[in-house]
Ligand binder design. Sequence first.
Ligand code: FMN
Length: 244
Amino acid sequence: MKILLINGSLRGELSASLKVARAFVNGIAMESGATVTEISLKDKNISHCQGCFVCWKNTPGECVIHDDMDELRSLVMENDIIVESFPLYFFGMPSKLKAFTDRMISYVQEYRGNPGDEENHRFLHNMRYPELQKKKLVLVSTCGYETTDNCYDAIFAQFDRICGTGKYTTILAPQGGMLSEKGFAAKVEKYLEKFTEAGREFYRDKSISEQTWNKLQRPMLGHNTFETAINMNWDTPDVGPYGR
Ligand SMILES: Cc1cc2nc3c(=O)[nH]c(=O)nc-3n(C[C@H](O)[C@H](O)[C@H](O)COP(=O)(O)O)c2cc1C
């Protein structure tokens, strides 16, 4: 089994989402012996999709732009589980990950407007290559707010349309900034253990239970501690995870 972990945070190694994603992926790897390939979008040259549809019409599956997406598409093909790790930006995905997502359009089939498509989720595109259908997609994301409540609605709506409802897995965590706060290092280590356990469950059961999903989103810090920590971060130079 092979796992591709895509770090979609431009904070690279400082990424809070990456900490969560690595914990989750480690759980899968421990249970399955899977090999993990990790790449960072920060280091990749990804042009924006130019919307020409040559990859749907003239050269099906082949994009006219040749940049690091050639390598990334091959990696997607070679791996069984694709983990996209990213911070929530204005309730959506960061722009470089969106550029990556848009450029994957060459791997889905063209829209044909078949009659009846509307009732049949007409926005869903079949994958161009049958191997893609078998892959599992996991979205791992942190947000900065105290809870994840209502924060991911746009992401859910988007991926329900891209993959189909229930066809992808989400691993979400709030208070992302606090995962990089040195004062909470011991707490963070303990907190991440539940994501590793969820990775094991994901491999064993091919999914995670609703109970686990809810447990993962429980904030690391209680309200008062979070409020104090976040306000100290903004008000005190050289204190806190943000602004470095
Ligand atoms: C441009 C920008 C937009 C953001 N928008 C949101 C948001 O809508 N909701 C939220 O809870 N956090 C938001 N955040 C905070 C990040 O999601 C949060 O700090 C996250 O944990 C960073 O993850 P990373 O370290 O993996 O990059 C935003 C941060 C930036 C820089």
